[in-house]
Design a protein around this ligand. Structure first.
Ligand code: RIB
Length: 311
Protein backbone atom coordinates (compact mmCIF):
# COMPACT_ATOMS: atom_id res chain seq x y z
CA UNK A 1 0.00 0.00 0.00
CA UNK A 2 1.47 3.32 -1.08
CA UNK A 3 -1.25 5.91 -0.76
CA UNK A 4 1.16 8.61 -1.96
CA UNK A 5 1.54 6.87 -5.34
CA UNK A 6 0.09 8.75 -8.32
CA UNK A 7 -1.08 6.92 -11.45
CA UNK A 8 -1.43 8.80 -14.75
CA UNK A 9 -3.42 7.33 -17.64
CA UNK A 10 -2.90 9.42 -20.75
CA UNK A 11 -1.09 10.62 -23.84
CA UNK A 12 2.53 11.08 -24.87
CA UNK A 13 3.36 13.43 -27.76
CA UNK A 14 6.44 14.88 -29.34
CA UNK A 15 5.71 18.62 -29.51
CA UNK A 16 6.83 20.56 -32.62
CA UNK A 17 6.94 24.10 -31.30
CA UNK A 18 7.31 27.29 -33.37
CA UNK A 19 7.54 30.79 -31.86
CA UNK A 20 5.51 33.37 -33.81
CA UNK A 21 4.75 37.06 -33.46
CA UNK A 22 1.01 36.38 -33.58
CA UNK A 23 -1.08 33.22 -34.04
CA UNK A 24 -2.06 32.75 -37.72
CA UNK A 25 -5.66 33.50 -38.73
CA UNK A 26 -7.39 31.04 -41.12
CA UNK A 27 -5.68 31.29 -44.52
CA UNK A 28 -2.79 33.36 -43.14
CA UNK A 29 0.91 32.40 -43.39
CA UNK A 30 3.17 33.77 -40.68
CA UNK A 31 6.94 33.49 -40.35
CA UNK A 32 8.12 31.82 -37.15
CA UNK A 33 11.36 32.65 -35.39
CA UNK A 34 12.42 29.39 -33.74
CA UNK A 35 11.59 25.70 -33.99
CA UNK A 36 12.03 23.13 -31.23
CA UNK A 37 11.06 19.50 -30.67
CA UNK A 38 10.14 19.00 -27.02
CA UNK A 39 8.51 16.18 -25.04
CA UNK A 40 4.81 16.72 -24.41
CA UNK A 41 1.38 15.12 -24.31
CA UNK A 42 -1.04 15.99 -21.55
CA UNK A 43 -0.64 12.66 -19.75
CA UNK A 44 3.15 12.59 -19.97
CA UNK A 45 3.36 16.25 -18.96
CA UNK A 46 1.35 15.52 -15.82
CA UNK A 47 3.41 12.44 -15.01
CA UNK A 48 6.73 14.23 -15.57
CA UNK A 49 5.77 17.35 -13.60
CA UNK A 50 4.43 15.29 -10.68
CA UNK A 51 7.66 13.27 -10.52
CA UNK A 52 9.74 16.45 -10.66
CA UNK A 53 7.79 17.80 -7.69
CA UNK A 54 8.66 14.70 -5.69
CA UNK A 55 5.66 12.48 -6.48
CA UNK A 56 5.94 8.70 -6.89
CA UNK A 57 4.38 8.29 -10.31
CA UNK A 58 3.42 5.43 -12.65
CA UNK A 59 2.04 6.02 -16.14
CA UNK A 60 -0.03 4.00 -18.62
CA UNK A 61 0.09 5.06 -22.29
CA UNK A 62 1.03 4.11 -25.85
CA UNK A 63 3.81 5.17 -28.22
CA UNK A 64 4.77 3.92 -31.68
CA UNK A 65 7.80 1.80 -32.54
CA UNK A 66 9.86 4.88 -33.43
CA UNK A 67 12.52 7.26 -32.21
CA UNK A 68 10.03 9.72 -30.68
CA UNK A 69 8.49 6.94 -28.61
CA UNK A 70 11.89 5.88 -27.32
CA UNK A 71 12.83 9.48 -26.49
CA UNK A 72 9.55 10.19 -24.66
CA UNK A 73 9.79 7.01 -22.60
CA UNK A 74 13.43 7.68 -21.75
CA UNK A 75 12.61 11.22 -20.58
CA UNK A 76 9.87 9.97 -18.25
CA UNK A 77 12.05 7.16 -16.90
CA UNK A 78 14.90 9.60 -16.24
CA UNK A 79 12.51 11.73 -14.19
CA UNK A 80 11.65 8.66 -12.11
CA UNK A 81 8.26 7.81 -13.65
CA UNK A 82 7.46 4.05 -13.74
CA UNK A 83 6.75 3.32 -17.41
CA UNK A 84 5.99 -0.41 -17.26
CA UNK A 85 2.50 0.28 -18.68
CA UNK A 86 3.72 2.61 -21.47
CA UNK A 87 3.82 0.12 -24.34
CA UNK A 88 4.85 0.52 -27.97
CA UNK A 89 2.25 -0.41 -30.59
CA UNK A 90 2.57 -1.17 -34.31
CA UNK A 91 -0.90 0.32 -34.87
CA UNK A 92 0.29 3.91 -35.22
CA UNK A 93 3.23 6.29 -34.83
CA UNK A 94 3.98 8.16 -31.61
CA UNK A 95 1.59 11.09 -31.17
CA UNK A 96 2.76 14.54 -32.21
CA UNK A 97 1.49 18.04 -31.43
CA UNK A 98 2.01 21.09 -33.65
CA UNK A 99 2.20 24.15 -31.41
CA UNK A 100 2.48 27.86 -32.19
CA UNK A 101 3.42 30.16 -29.30
CA UNK A 102 2.96 33.92 -29.72
CA UNK A 103 4.94 36.74 -28.10
CA UNK A 104 2.46 36.94 -25.17
CA UNK A 105 2.88 33.23 -24.38
CA UNK A 106 -0.54 32.16 -25.75
CA UNK A 107 -0.64 29.12 -27.99
CA UNK A 108 -2.62 27.09 -30.52
CA UNK A 109 -2.21 23.31 -30.58
CA UNK A 110 -3.13 20.60 -33.08
CA UNK A 111 -2.60 17.01 -31.95
CA UNK A 112 -2.15 14.02 -34.27
CA UNK A 113 -2.95 11.28 -31.75
CA UNK A 114 -1.28 8.30 -33.46
CA UNK A 115 -0.54 5.58 -30.90
CA UNK A 116 -2.43 7.44 -28.15
CA UNK A 117 -5.68 6.58 -29.95
CA UNK A 118 -4.96 2.87 -29.44
CA UNK A 119 -4.65 2.98 -25.63
CA UNK A 120 -6.68 0.31 -23.88
CA UNK A 121 -6.25 -1.05 -20.36
CA UNK A 122 -7.52 -4.50 -19.53
CA UNK A 123 -9.51 -4.48 -16.31
CA UNK A 124 -7.10 -6.73 -14.44
CA UNK A 125 -4.08 -4.64 -15.51
CA UNK A 126 -5.89 -1.45 -14.54
CA UNK A 127 -6.86 -2.80 -11.14
CA UNK A 128 -3.23 -3.86 -10.55
CA UNK A 129 -1.93 -0.45 -11.61
CA UNK A 130 -4.29 1.45 -9.30
CA UNK A 131 -4.12 -0.93 -6.34
CA UNK A 132 -2.91 0.90 -3.24
CA UNK A 133 -2.38 4.24 -5.07
CA UNK A 134 -3.63 7.55 -3.69
CA UNK A 135 -4.47 9.62 -6.77
CA UNK A 136 -5.23 8.85 -10.42
CA UNK A 137 -4.90 11.51 -13.11
CA UNK A 138 -6.81 11.41 -16.42
CA UNK A 139 -7.19 13.70 -19.44
CA UNK A 140 -9.03 13.32 -22.78
CA UNK A 141 -6.24 12.74 -25.34
CA UNK A 142 -6.79 8.97 -25.22
CA UNK A 143 -10.00 7.08 -26.15
CA UNK A 144 -12.98 8.06 -24.03
CA UNK A 145 -13.96 4.42 -23.50
CA UNK A 146 -10.51 3.76 -22.01
CA UNK A 147 -10.79 6.80 -19.74
CA UNK A 148 -14.26 5.69 -18.59
CA UNK A 149 -13.13 2.14 -17.87
CA UNK A 150 -9.96 3.28 -16.10
CA UNK A 151 -11.95 5.73 -13.96
CA UNK A 152 -14.18 2.84 -12.93
CA UNK A 153 -11.17 0.65 -12.11
CA UNK A 154 -9.57 3.44 -10.06
CA UNK A 155 -12.80 3.96 -8.14
CA UNK A 156 -13.08 0.21 -7.53
CA UNK A 157 -9.61 0.39 -5.93
CA UNK A 158 -10.71 3.38 -3.79
CA UNK A 159 -8.28 5.73 -5.56
CA UNK A 160 -9.17 9.45 -5.69
CA UNK A 161 -9.75 10.41 -9.32
CA UNK A 162 -8.85 13.73 -10.98
CA UNK A 163 -10.03 14.43 -14.55
CA UNK A 164 -8.64 17.23 -16.70
CA UNK A 165 -11.38 17.41 -19.39
CA UNK A 166 -8.97 18.52 -22.12
CA UNK A 167 -9.28 18.64 -25.08
CA UNK A 168 -12.89 19.58 -24.36
CA UNK A 169 -15.71 17.28 -25.36
CA UNK A 170 -19.18 16.54 -24.00
CA UNK A 171 -19.14 13.92 -21.22
CA UNK A 172 -21.92 11.79 -19.77
CA UNK A 173 -23.08 12.17 -16.19
CA UNK A 174 -22.17 8.49 -15.74
CA UNK A 175 -18.52 9.31 -16.48
CA UNK A 176 -18.53 12.52 -14.43
CA UNK A 177 -19.99 10.53 -11.54
CA UNK A 178 -16.68 8.62 -11.37
CA UNK A 179 -14.67 11.85 -10.97
CA UNK A 180 -13.69 13.15 -7.54
CA UNK A 181 -12.00 16.33 -8.76
CA UNK A 182 -12.80 17.89 -12.16
CA UNK A 183 -10.33 20.56 -13.35
CA UNK A 184 -11.67 22.30 -16.49
CA UNK A 185 -10.46 25.62 -17.83
CA UNK A 186 -13.21 28.12 -18.59
CA UNK A 187 -13.93 26.98 -22.15
CA UNK A 188 -13.89 23.32 -21.15
CA UNK A 189 -16.35 24.03 -18.32
CA UNK A 190 -18.73 25.81 -20.68
CA UNK A 191 -18.50 23.08 -23.33
CA UNK A 192 -19.30 20.45 -20.67
CA UNK A 193 -22.46 22.44 -19.93
CA UNK A 194 -23.40 22.60 -23.63
CA UNK A 195 -22.49 26.29 -23.96
CA UNK A 196 -20.14 28.08 -26.41
CA UNK A 197 -16.50 28.28 -25.25
CA UNK A 198 -15.15 31.54 -23.81
CA UNK A 199 -14.32 33.24 -20.54
CA UNK A 200 -16.62 33.12 -17.51
CA UNK A 201 -17.34 36.42 -15.72
CA UNK A 202 -16.36 36.26 -12.03
CA UNK A 203 -19.96 36.46 -10.82
CA UNK A 204 -20.95 33.45 -12.96
CA UNK A 205 -18.16 31.11 -11.75
CA UNK A 206 -20.05 29.76 -8.70
CA UNK A 207 -23.07 28.89 -10.88
CA UNK A 208 -20.90 27.13 -13.47
CA UNK A 209 -19.08 25.14 -10.78
CA UNK A 210 -22.36 24.15 -9.11
CA UNK A 211 -23.87 23.10 -12.45
CA UNK A 212 -20.85 20.84 -13.06
CA UNK A 213 -21.00 19.39 -9.55
CA UNK A 214 -24.69 18.67 -10.13
CA UNK A 215 -23.59 16.43 -13.03
CA UNK A 216 -21.88 14.10 -10.57
CA UNK A 217 -18.28 15.11 -9.83
CA UNK A 218 -17.43 15.75 -6.20
CA UNK A 219 -15.28 18.86 -6.50
CA UNK A 220 -14.73 21.32 -9.33
CA UNK A 221 -11.61 23.44 -9.72
CA UNK A 222 -12.07 25.97 -12.51
CA UNK A 223 -8.66 26.86 -13.94
CA UNK A 224 -8.67 30.57 -14.74
CA UNK A 225 -5.21 31.13 -16.25
CA UNK A 226 -3.75 34.42 -15.08
CA UNK A 227 -6.66 34.79 -12.65
CA UNK A 228 -5.78 31.62 -10.70
CA UNK A 229 -8.53 29.13 -9.93
CA UNK A 230 -11.98 28.81 -8.41
CA UNK A 231 -12.40 25.86 -6.03
CA UNK A 232 -15.89 24.49 -5.33
CA UNK A 233 -16.38 21.42 -3.15
CA UNK A 234 -18.27 20.13 -0.14
CA UNK A 235 -16.14 22.43 2.06
CA UNK A 236 -17.30 25.61 0.27
CA UNK A 237 -16.28 27.83 -2.63
CA UNK A 238 -13.20 30.05 -2.94
CA UNK A 239 -11.35 32.04 -5.57
CA UNK A 240 -7.57 31.63 -5.28
CA UNK A 241 -5.80 34.36 -7.24
CA UNK A 242 -2.83 33.55 -9.48
CA UNK A 243 0.70 34.50 -8.48
CA UNK A 244 2.15 37.38 -10.48
CA UNK A 245 4.75 36.26 -13.04
CA UNK A 246 5.73 37.23 -16.58
CA UNK A 247 4.42 34.55 -18.95
CA UNK A 248 6.55 33.49 -21.90
CA UNK A 249 4.76 30.21 -22.78
CA UNK A 250 1.52 28.92 -21.26
CA UNK A 251 1.81 25.46 -22.86
CA UNK A 252 1.20 22.77 -20.20
CA UNK A 253 0.37 25.26 -17.43
CA UNK A 254 -2.83 23.27 -16.92
CA UNK A 255 -0.90 19.99 -16.88
CA UNK A 256 1.53 21.37 -14.31
CA UNK A 257 -1.42 22.56 -12.21
CA UNK A 258 -2.91 19.04 -12.16
CA UNK A 259 0.45 17.43 -11.43
CA UNK A 260 1.07 19.69 -8.45
CA UNK A 261 -2.50 19.25 -7.22
CA UNK A 262 -2.01 15.48 -7.29
CA UNK A 263 1.32 15.65 -5.45
CA UNK A 264 -0.15 17.80 -2.68
CA UNK A 265 -3.33 15.71 -2.36
CA UNK A 266 -1.28 12.50 -2.30
CA UNK A 267 0.75 13.97 0.55
CA UNK A 268 -2.49 14.52 2.48
CA UNK A 269 -2.90 18.28 1.98
CA UNK A 270 -6.46 19.60 2.15
CA UNK A 271 -8.03 20.66 -1.13
CA UNK A 272 -7.51 24.40 -0.79
CA UNK A 273 -3.84 24.11 0.18
CA UNK A 274 -3.32 21.69 -2.70
CA UNK A 275 -4.93 24.16 -5.11
CA UNK A 276 -2.65 26.95 -3.85
CA UNK A 277 0.40 24.74 -4.43
CA UNK A 278 -0.96 23.95 -7.92
CA UNK A 279 -1.48 27.66 -8.67
CA UNK A 280 2.15 28.36 -7.77
CA UNK A 281 3.49 25.44 -9.83
CA UNK A 282 1.51 26.57 -12.87
CA UNK A 283 2.80 30.13 -12.39
CA UNK A 284 6.43 28.96 -12.43
CA UNK A 285 5.80 26.82 -15.52
CA UNK A 286 4.57 29.73 -17.66
CA UNK A 287 7.85 31.60 -17.13
CA UNK A 288 9.66 28.99 -19.26
CA UNK A 289 9.27 27.54 -22.75
CA UNK A 290 7.83 24.13 -23.57
CA UNK A 291 5.73 21.54 -21.77
CA UNK A 292 7.89 19.14 -19.72
CA UNK A 293 10.83 21.52 -20.14
CA UNK A 294 8.89 24.10 -18.09
CA UNK A 295 8.01 21.80 -15.18
CA UNK A 296 9.14 23.41 -11.90
CA UNK A 297 11.18 21.92 -9.09
CA UNK A 298 9.78 21.75 -5.56
CA UNK A 299 12.02 24.51 -4.15
CA UNK A 300 10.95 26.85 -6.99
CA UNK A 301 7.27 26.34 -6.17
CA UNK A 302 7.82 26.68 -2.45
CA UNK A 303 9.83 29.88 -2.97
CA UNK A 304 7.04 31.44 -5.03
CA UNK A 305 4.40 30.32 -2.51
CA UNK A 306 6.47 31.85 0.27
CA UNK A 307 6.37 35.22 -1.49
CA UNK A 308 2.60 35.25 -1.95
CA UNK A 309 0.33 36.95 0.58
CA UNK A 310 -2.29 34.49 1.93
CA UNK A 311 -5.68 35.54 0.58
O1 RIB B 1 -1.28 20.52 -22.55
C1 RIB B 1 -0.20 20.73 -23.41
C2 RIB B 1 -0.02 19.55 -24.31
O2 RIB B 1 -1.13 19.47 -25.18
C3 RIB B 1 1.18 19.63 -25.23
O3 RIB B 1 2.35 19.13 -24.65
C4 RIB B 1 0.74 18.85 -26.46
O4 RIB B 1 1.40 17.66 -26.63
C5 RIB B 1 -0.76 18.64 -26.26
O5 RIB B 1 -1.02 17.36 -25.86
Amino acid sequence: MDSQRIVVVGSLNMDFVVSVEHLPAPGETVLGSAFRMLPGGKGANQAYAAARLGGRVAMAGRVGYDLFGDQLKAGLAAAGVEIGEVHATRSGPTGVALIWVDRTGQNSIVVASGANATLTLAEEAARRLFRGAGIALFQLETPLATVAAALAAARAEAVRTVLDPAPAQPLTSELLGRVDVLTPNESEALILLGKPPGRIPAEERPGVARALRARGCGTVILKLGDEGCFVAGSGGERHLPALAVTAVDTTAAGDTFNAALAVALAEGEPLEAAARFANAAAAVSVTRAGAQSSAPSRPEVEALLGQSPAS
